[in-house]
Design a protein around this ligand. Structure first.
Ligand SMILES: Nc1ncnc2c1ncn2[C@@H]1O[C@H](COP(=O)(O)OP(=O)(O)OP(=O)(O)O)[C@@H](O)[C@H]1O
Ligand SMILES: [Mg+2]
Length: 340
């Protein structure tokens, strides 16, 4: 079992079974557990402990995957990680036939009598869901709506009847696996994603409890940015404010994400210098990283370099009275055009 340093501050129960596909979730120094993170964790754990599957839904970069690992670690069981994939079929999740085993028994106890028995048996290989159901491991199914809806059908009976139906094992007395009481499933999805995702079945969504995540509050974003980049909280706050302003006033309220904030802060940590308009490193890092973001598949930019300059100058009190314009439009530009 491999160990993934991720999120938790709790140890995983070493007696909970050992499978090569399972991971043990170990504490990570970089994980930030602010009041907002604790609040959402508390709610998630309440639903999981009550026996429900959890669904963390939200736009990119809102911490869904990180939180999924964190709550899985709190459960204290080995975890099995699956990433949604459009090529998945049910067999990729539950298992499949793998070859054929033939055994021959020769009974020649009485020399004059020769008895031969032959038995053929198809070999079955469990896949990750089946293993988790049998052993009571946790499943983290990241971006499950990237798999075709029918591939996720096995979850319907797992989550409502506590039974995994394995058609390939029918006739051998193993066609139904009773789900271990410790089994838990944590799903993540991004409903706003525009490429390579499917609409999740209503029946499946109805069997889980969905927590809608948005961007974290400013204080949490500052703590995460400082923790993941190594810059001090003052510089982290400057970067966070710039990115949050782009989100509020740019074209798309979900872009740029916390990932962009962390990326700019990492560049600052590597190259040094202030998070100031006068620091060329900070200026070009903001322009490159923030203006590169394209929302919802549109080819134009969420925020233009000019708009970024405007935000940077303004946030330092050096705004030059609306000289900068938003080349790609946006709410701030629209407001400016309307004279408001
Ligand atoms: N509590 C936290 N502590 C430390 N870092 C965090 C925390 N939450 C999120 N992050 C960091 O923020 C970034 C985005 O988080 P994450 O990848 O979990 O978002 P996501 O919602 O799964 O995004 P996507 O929809 O694009 O997959 C990552 O770099 C992650 O490490
Ligand atoms: Mg994710």
């Amino acid at each position: 079992m491999s160990v993934v340093p991720f999120a938790s501050h709790d140890a995983v129960d070493p007696d909970a079974g050992d499978q090569s596909d399972s991971i043990a979730l170990a504490p990570s120094e970089a994980f930030v557990s602010s009041a907002a993170v604790q609040d959402i964790t508390e709610r998630a754990m309440a639903y999981l402990e009550a026996g429900y599957a959890l669904h963390l839904s939200g736009p990119p970069g809102t911490g869904k995957t990180t939180l999924a690992f964190h709550v899985a670690a709190q459960l204290g069981r080995p975890a099995i990680l699956i990433h949604g994939d459009h090529e998945f079929g049910s067999s990729d999740l539950i298992g499949r036939e793998s070859g054929y085993r033939k055994s021959r028994l020769v009974d020649n106890y009485i020399p004059s009598v020769f008895k031969l028995e032959e038995e053929g048996r198809a070999l079955w290989i469990d896949n990750r869901i089946t293993t988790a159901c049998r052993l009571g491991h946790s499943i983290i199914y990241d971006e499950f709506n990237r798999s075709k809806p029918e591939a996720n059908n096995p979850f319907l009976s797992i989550l409502s009847e506590g039974v995994l139906n394995i058609p390939g094992l029918h006739g051998r007395g193993e066609g139904y696996v009773k789900v271990h009481p410790c089994f838990r499933a944590i799903f993540t999805s991004n409903p706003a994603e525009y490429a390579g995702v499917y609409r999740a079945q209503d029946a499946l969504l109805d069997r889980m409890i969905t927590l809608e995540l948005g961007h974290y509050d400013r204080e949490t974003e500052i703590a995460i940015t400082a923790s993941k980049s190594g810059v001090d909280p003052q510089r982290a706050a400057r970067v966070v404010d710039v990115v949050r302003a782009c989100r509020v006033e740019g074209k798309d309220p979900h872009f740029p994400t916390l990932r962009a904030t962390i990326a700019i802060a990492r560049v600052l940590a590597t190259r040094g210098g202030e998070a100031s308009y006068r620091n060329p490193v900070f200026l070009w890092a903001c322009r490159d990283i923030l203006s590169h973001t394209t929302p919802n598949g549109k080819s134009d930019q969420a925020v233009s370099p000019d708009f970024i300059d405007l935000i940077l100058r303004r946030s330092e009190g050096a705004e030059e009275g609306g000289k900068a314009t938003m080349r790609s439009g946006g709410r701030a530009a629209a407001r400016a055009k309307g004279g408001k």
